[in-house]
Design a protein around this ligand. Sequence first.
Ligand SMILES: Cc1cc2nc3c(=O)[nH]c(=O)nc-3n(C[C@H](O)[C@H](O)[C@H](O)COP(=O)(O)O)c2cc1C
Length: 176
Amino acid sequence: MDSSDFLTFLQRRSSVREYDGTAPGEDCIAFILQCARTAPSAGNREGWDVVIVTDPSLREGLSEAAFEQRHVGEAPAVLVVCANYIRSMSQYGERGILYAVQDATIAATFMMLAAHAAGLQTCWTGAFDEDAVRELLALPQHVRPVALLTVGYGTLPAVRTGRMPVADHVHRETWL
Ligand SMILES: Cc1cc2nc3c(=O)[nH]c(=O)nc-3n(C[C@H](O)[C@H](O)[C@H](O)COP(=O)(O)O)c2cc1C
C-alpha cells in the first residue's frame, strides 16, 4: 500500500449506524484485537481493555446507557473500549489517568480502522452514561469506559461527511 492508497483507505471509512445483523466472525474479532495490540501506549503500559459485547440483552442495556441510541442495540457486536487506570498509574501516578485515556483512544482507533480493513462498518459512540455502562458490564472502579465501538455489516451506502479545511486546524511554530 503506498501513501495515496492509505489516504484512500481512510477516506472510505464512514460511521455506519444501520446493520444487517450478521455477526462478525471470531476471526474478524481476533484480527481487530491483533491490530489494536500494535497500538502505541504510554511507556508501553497498554493501559486499555475491551469488553466484547454480543449478548442481545446486554446490547440493549448498552443502548439504554447510550441514551437510547438505536444503533448500539442493533449492532451485532459492541466493543466497549476502556481505560485501565491501574496499568498506567502504577508507572505514571496522576499523569497515568490521561495516558490510560489516550491509550484506550488509540486502541479504539486501531480497532475502528482494523474493522474497516476487514470489510466491517463501525460507529464510534461516545455519548453514554459511564456509570450505567460500568454497572451493566461489572467494570471495576479503576476501569473507565471510553468508547462504544459498534461493529457489523452496514445495510446502507456510507454517507460521507465533510471536513474543515486542513488550514483551519494547523498552527505553525506557535499558536499565533
Ligand atoms: C469522540 C467521538 C464521539 C462520538 N459519539 C457518537 C455518538 O454518541 N453517537 C453517534 O451516532 N456517533 C458518534 N460519533 C461519530 C461521529 O458522529 C462521526 O465520526 C462524525 O460525524 C464524522 O463522521 P464519519 O465518522 O462518518 O467520518 C462519535 C465520534 C467520536 C470520535
